[in-house]
Write a protein that binds this ligand. Sequence first.
Ligand code: IDP
Ligand code: MG
Length: 149
Amino acid sequence: MERTLILVKPDAMQRGLAFDVLGRLEGRGLRIAGLRLLQVDEAMAKRHYGEHEGKPFFEGLVSYITSGPIIAAVFEGTNAVTAARSTIGSTNPTESAPGTIRGDLGLEIGRNLVHGSDSVESANREIGIFFDGQPVLDWQRSTDGWVFE
Ligand code: IDP
Ligand code: MG
């Protein structure tokens, strides 16, 4: 089953939106396979966002993601990466469609509430960063046959 890494970013945590964010993904049918509350340090932030190093927003991005606790979650299901990204919306909340997490709950690109992996390769890499030595479970729900055909 395809897996993706989701982060509930510090702004969503501070605003009390953690379970709204996670609930939209879970409600869509994606299955939670891993869940952690953690504080990201600078090294972890730079590893996760390495592709953006050198860009003008990079330092701000590192201080944003390290500014308070986050929730890291592994969700799995059919096309989990693409499904999660469409529920999350565009990077800039102003351009995100209503009904998406960012389109309903956010305004600015630097406070866009949630991260979702952009490919299966990224998901594997990012799950390795956030769930290094931590459990990601293989399990089934009794309702899975009503979600996965
Ligand atoms: P994504 O989160 O939709 O995959 P990316 O382009 O991978 O978007 O950027 C990673 C994160 O960096 C974004 O979610 C956002 O928090 C931040 N970011 C991207 N572009 C900008 C920008 O122009 N200004 C401020 N922050 C940005
Ligand atoms: Mg990205």
